[in-house]
Design a protein around this ligand. Structure first.
Ligand code: CAA
Length: 263
């Protein structure tokens, strides 16, 4: 891979977008490589993904403006679909994805972070959808996900005005869960990932599916989605171990979560 690095540590996969000369901007190759990286994740071992950008300045500074500058209408639409397909794959990926946002998260950078389950950032992070200043709309999900995360009014203000916001405002409006000094960001992301990774993997996956799918339908349908995923946890080794340990009142025993390959 030219622009993506992928490593696994303690059941946590770390994907780094590594194109620092262009502030990790997303060209077609980066999108293709990200797609291929997600296909390679070993879901028997890895329980949480962290997505970050290389360097200390930028998470992702957007879609590649040079590549987009000469596109026709049809090519523009196809480029939007290319980004949307990868981001949707990330959003519906079976395991949780944490965005560790280490600097600029503009345009496609803000959009890719919003496809992740949880966003945390460094104190130098800047978020925004500057597309209307470039004569285009946000095209990798920004018109849809920003409003769902921060509310319609705030999203429209940011998008129509092409107004960037700093980390403290992103925290205040709920775009990120926490802000850290730059050097503490990855340790915090790993700590959060470890907290998730120690829990029962089928249950965590089912929670992600229930929350994501439930938000797309009305409450009557949503609770049925929950019931099915709740039921799906029973008879698993994790459920037997987790409840068995509780009932045995033996607090020294750890939850005997087993990797998928042993099920
Ligand atoms: N696409 C292509 N190249 C980019 C880029 C982008 N989105 N963002 C930065 N770069 C490149 C610059 O062209 C520059 O390359 P050279 O050294 O070869 O000239 C290099 O990265 C460093 O950038 P700057 O010199 O501009 O760095 P800076 O510190 O002065 O400014 C910045 C940083 C404010 C992030 C500025 O680079 C910037 O405004 N970038 C564009 C941000 C943007 O508009 N993003 C949205 C893109 S549109 C989009 O994403 C559409 C969509 O929804 C799908």
């Amino acid at each position: 891979m030219e622009f993506i690095t992928y490593e696994v540590e303690n059941q946590v996969g770390i994907i780094t977008i590594n194109r620092p000369k262009a502030l990790n901007a997303l060209n077609s190759t980066v999108l293709d490589e990200l797609d291929a990286t997600l296909d390679q994740v070993d879901l028997e071992e890895v329980r949480v993904l962290i997505l970050t950008g290389a360097g200390e300045k930028s998470f992702v500074a957007g879609a590649d403006i040079g590549e987009m500058s000469s596109l026709t209408k049809a090519e523009g639409e196809a480029f939007g679909k290319k980004g949307n397909d990868v981001f949707r794959k990330l959003e519906t990926f079976p395991i949780p994805v944490i965005a560790a946002i280490n600097g600029f998260a503009l345009g496609g950078g803000c959009e890719i972070s919003m496809s992740c389950d949880i966003r945390i950032c460094s104190d130098n992070a800047v978020f925004g959808q500057p597309e209307v200043g470039l004569g285009i709309t946000p095209g990798f999900g920004g018109t849809q996900r920003l409003a769902r995360i921060v509310g319609v009014g705030k999203a429209k203000e940011m998008i129509y005005g092409a107004r960037n916001i700093k980390a403290d405002e992103a925290y205040r409006i709920g775009l990120v869960n926490n802000v850290y000094p730059q050097e503490e960001l990855m340790p915090a992301a790993k700590k959060l990932a470890a907290t998730i990774a120690k829990n029962a993997p089928i249950a965590v996956r089912n929670c992600k599916k229930a929350i994501n799918e439930g938000l797309q339908v009305d409450m009557d349908q949503a609770i049925v989605i929950e019931e099915k995923l709740f039921g799906d946890c029973f008879e698993t080794e994790d459920q037997k171990a987790g409840m068995g340990n509780f009932l045995e009142k033996d607090k020294t025993k750890k939850l005997k979560v087993v990797p998928f390959k042993n099920r």
